[in-house]
Design a protein around this ligand. Structure first.
Ligand code: MTE
Length: 379
């Protein structure tokens, strides 16, 4: 791939790195790290609309954005296929256009809460590593069908064009999904090879010019700057499938081997307004937030409940759209008193998913979906 120093190529020309930085709205996100770029929005901004504007959409990258030329860009299809291919953006454009609305969330969303029990490394996400967008592109299943996959195929690997320094080597980011998920061709759960987000060309931060987009799965399976797909009879050996993005107590080889890669995201929720530690007067206050159903086909949010200090649970009103693979938004009114220290939320989904009171600590701080407890001050 053409790596052009000092600038980022976009469809209409070349932007300087600074312009590209400005284009992706650093003012609108809280940067947890700038090299690589890892940022989340203030929670209040996140729930202003059911569809998250790109400027308020979290960014999670393990290395600097690769600089890619759309004219020489190729997506390679390899492995257990009868017809390997090297597809330009023009070739991909010949497949039928598809779009889907789906929530993307990082497996590390709410990681910072684990530190109360034991320190976890990694990007210290609060509850903003989540967003809901409309993605446009072509069907992964159709592209794979054209490549004529072998009957013994079990997994589809994705490989990014980024260069991540890891243990003295440079590796790409990789993802992997089961073939049964990859071959879903229609409906909201169908994975896409996405080139647009919210009706506009993907920005460099979100994977320009092409990414995989896997509804219902943790964000790590939606590989940005996608350069290669490998069809295989086993999951990808890439570090981000074989080692990272697993629930382990210790970061040791046996723990990694004994633990399976995470695919679906579990039900989750957070309070987004008022702010954490906000000072409010006693009496009735309004809360708002999001709730995400489990990424299982057909699963939707059934009920959201809020509570002050864990006393009586009060049902919230759902205010967003009721769509599988997408979050819901909610609002609630609750009484707070001089002794109120925390506000809590928990969600239930239609596939039996519920948020537990506590999630066992894990070394990488993934899948924190215990009852969301937010400190508040009564003044
Ligand atoms: N793809 C590549 N090539 N490199 C990355 O670092 N990060 C993954 C995924 N795809 C990543 C990637 C992770 S962990 C998440 S949560 C999502 O991208 C975040 O997507 P976003 O930055 O568009 O929000």
């Amino acid at each position: 791939m053409l790596a052009q120093s000092g600038g980022i190529l976009i469809a209409g020309g070349v932007l300087s790195t600074n312009d590209a930085f400005a284009q992706t709205h650093p003012k609108d996100l809280i940067f947890r790290t700038t090299e690589p770029r890892n940022a989340e929005p203030e929670l209040g901004k996140l729930v202003q609309s059911w569809l998250t504007p790109t400027k308020h959409f979290y960014v999670r990258s393990h290395a600097p954005n690769p600089v890619l030329n759309p004219d020489s860009f190729r997506l390679r299809i390899e492995g257990m296929v009868r017809k390997p291919a090297s597809l330009s953006l023009g070739d991909l454009g010949k497949f039928g256009k598809k779009s889907t609305t789906a929530t993307l969330t990082c497996a590390g969303n709410r990681r910072a809460e684990y530190n109360n029990e034991g320190k976890v490394g990694g990007v210290q996400w609060e509850a903003g590593a989540i967003g809901n967008a409309t993605w446009g592109g072509v069907s992964l299943a159709e592209v794979l069908k054209q490549a004529e996959i072998a009957p013994e195929t079990k997994h589809v690997w994705f490989e990014g064009l980024d260069e991540i320094p890891k243990s003295g080597k440079v590796i790409p980011f990789g993802g992997s999904i089961p073939i049964q998920k990859a071959m879903i061709a229609d409906g909201p759960g169908a994975p896409l090879l996405a080139s647009s987000m919210n009706g506009e060309t993907l920005t460099p931060d979100h994977g320009y010019p092409l990414r995989s987009l896997v509804p219902g799965y943790i964000g790590a399976r939606s590989v940005k700057w996608l350069g290669k797909i490998v069809v295989s009879d086993r999951p990808s050996p890439n570090h981000y499938v074989a080692t990272a993005y697993k629930i382990v107590k210790k970061t040791e080889p046996l723990d990694w081997i004994e633990s399976a890669p995470i695919y679906r995201f579990p039900v989750n929720a957070a309070i987004c307004t008022p702010k954490r530690n906000a000072k409010v007067s006693s009496g009735e206050i309004e809360l708002s937030g999001y709730a995400l159903p489990t990424g299982r086909p057909g699963s939707k949010i059934k009920k959201v409940e809020v509570s002050s200090n864990g006393s009586k649970w009060v049902e919230a009103k759902l205010t967003g759209e009721d769509t599988e693979f997408c979050w819901q938004l909610w609002k609630a009114t609750i009484g707070v008193y001089a002794d109120t220290k925390q506000l809590w939320v928990r969600a239930f989904d239609t596939s039996g998913g519920f948020m537990p009171a506590r999630v066992p600590w894990n070394a990488k701080g993934y899948l924190q979906n215990s009852w969301y407890r937010m400190p508040i001050q009564i003044g």
